[in-house]
Design a protein around this ligand. Structure first.
Ligand SMILES: Cc1cc2nc3c(=O)[nH]c(=O)nc-3n(C[C@H](O)[C@H](O)[C@H](O)COP(=O)(O)OP(=O)(O)OC[C@H]3O[C@@H](n4cnc5c(N)ncnc54)[C@H](O)[C@@H]3O)c2cc1C
Ligand code: SF4
Ligand code: SF4
Ligand code: SF4
Length: 393
């Protein structure tokens, strides 16, 4: 029995309410449904049909992500796409049953609906781990192992990396690494801004001509801009090839803030061996492992991070993160031909082992990337909940 394309109810083929569209006959249960169909732009029907096998997305998702946080522009695209939507009390609202076809969500200019708009251009995605026992990495130790590979193969003459200060525990210090020892001590993540660009500039001035640069998205953006922007320092950046190794990044915190936070928990920074942020939790390994909800650190979060929308370092040659891979592995996004080639060569020479990234892994990356893209919209809500973001004085 045919289905009425408007109300989705089964309808008898002998009905008098019919329309022909693109040589296909459609049947309706009533004059009302036929009228709606005749007035509709039929492309909407086509999109709905093509979405049939995909994830079911209801109006609730549009309401939750766009309308409730107050970022709806009232363009009316959703209302124009669906007969059960109307503007009520100044907002798009349902006036009938939603079939979860997803059209309104996919038409809204404020939703993010493609992978590339979430994580940028990617040639391939992987999960990998180090094959070197001396590398004690944050996740799979892949960044450090790739740096060792590039240095030992003579592909780079230096790397700009970040180590922990010898005077102040966990204070990040960017260095120009030219030895295996320097690279090994740079392994691990420090959740505090590192002034990497000054160090990159020093490396170029000191005569390095092939440099691997490691930093989170905002640092990679800085390199990209310096390499491309007129009225800048192109005369310096023309001198060196720079391999951009980006780190996924959701937050950094004020150094004094992290110190104060841990001291209040009776964990002196000097005793901390590892800090890890995973799934909204802050895990600190000192004499024992202690886990805290990440939002307890909100007041120490750097202001720049609250408006940052790039989780995965979209302008890097290779991007590395923990999300999406199992413990002890690093998720890797290869973005450029150079990045992909070096990554595979590092495996061929025994520095790393590579696996394809599982579908669920990629989905986790996309989910985290999305929460970063829309975080600005959520700040108002977080402030309403009393977790206003302010830097420690
Ligand atoms: C501030 C920060 C936030 C992060 N947030 C996330 C996140 O939300 N989700 C996620 O999946 N992954 C995140 N990561 C990435 C993750 O922690 C690992 O760096 C990544 O998975 C690579 O792991 P690895 O074992 O291969 O790297 P390793 O072999 O351990 O090498 C780590 C490299 O990171 C560099 N580094 C450490 N701290 C800094 C710093 N502050 N600034 C610049 N470079 C630094 C070191 O120089 C070293 O080269 C974050 C990393 C940092 C530094
Ligand atoms: S277009 Fe209409 S039926 Fe489809 S999800 Fe949106 S509100 Fe529901
Ligand atoms: S399409 Fe999006 S931005 Fe436009 S009115 Fe609907 S919810 Fe608002
Ligand atoms: S969240 Fe963004 S601005 Fe903050 S440190 Fe990470 S990449 Fe930089």
């Amino acid at each position: 029995m045919p289905i009425d394309p408007i109300c989705k109810e089964p309808v008898n083929e002998s009905t008098e309410f019919r329309s022909i569209y693109k040589n296909k006959e459609y049947y309706f249960c009533s004059e009302n449904c036929k009228k709606k169909f005749d007035e509709l732009d039929k492309s909407v029907i086509r999109v709905r049909r093509s979405l049939k096998d995909k994830e079911r997305i209801s109006f609730g998702k549009l309401k939750r992500e766009i309308i409730d946080p107050g970022i709806c522009t009232l363009c009316g695209a959703c209302v124009a796409s669906c007969e059960v939507l109307a503007i009520a009390a100044g907002k798009p609202a349902l006036k009938g049953p939603c079939t979860a076809c997803g059209v309104c969500y996919n038409q809204c200019p404020r939703t993010i609906t493609t992978e590339s708009s979430l994580i940028g251009n990617v040639r391939d995605v992987f999960s990998a781990r180090s094959m070197l026992s001396e590398v004690k990495g944050q996740d799979g130790g892949v960044v450090t192992s790739m740096l060792l590979y590039a240095l030992e193969e003579g592909l780079i003459d230096s790397a700009v990396v970040t180590v922990k200060s010898e005077d102040e525990p966990w204070r990040p210090v960017p260095i120009i690494a030219q030895t295996k020892e320097d690279l090994l001590r740079s392994a691990g993540s420090i959740y505090v801004h590192s002034l990497t660009m000054e160090t990159l500039m020093s490396a170029i001035k000191r005569g390095s001509r092939s440099i691997a640069f490691v930093g989170p998205s905002c640092n990679i953006d800085a390199v990209h801009k310096m390499q491309n922007s007129p009225y800048g320092l192109l005369h310096m950046f023309m001198r060196a090839n720079i391999l951009k190794m980006g780190l996924f990044c959701m937050d950094t915190f004020n150094y004094e803030g992290i110190k104060k936070f841990l001291e209040e928990k009776a964990i002196p920074l000097s005793t901390v061996q590892e800090m890890k942020i995973r799934k909204g939790m802050f895990r600190v390994k000192a004499e024992s492992i202690q886990i805290f909800p990440l939002n307890e650190l909100d007041i120490y979060r750097n202001g720049s991070c609250t408006v940052c929308t790039d989780l995965t370092a979209e302008k890097a040659d290779l991007s590395f993160g923990g999300v999406g891979s199992k413990e002890g592995h690093t998720t890797v996004l290869a973005r450029t031909g150079l990045g992909l080639e070096l990554f595979h060569d590092a495996e061929d020479r025994g520095y790393i082992r590579i696996e394809p990234l599982a579908k669920e892994g990629l989905e986790s990356v996309l989910r985290q990337a999305k929460s970063k893209k829309v975080q600005m919209y959520m700040i108002k809500k977080r402030m309403e909940k009393g977790t206003a973001i302010k830097a420690i004085s």
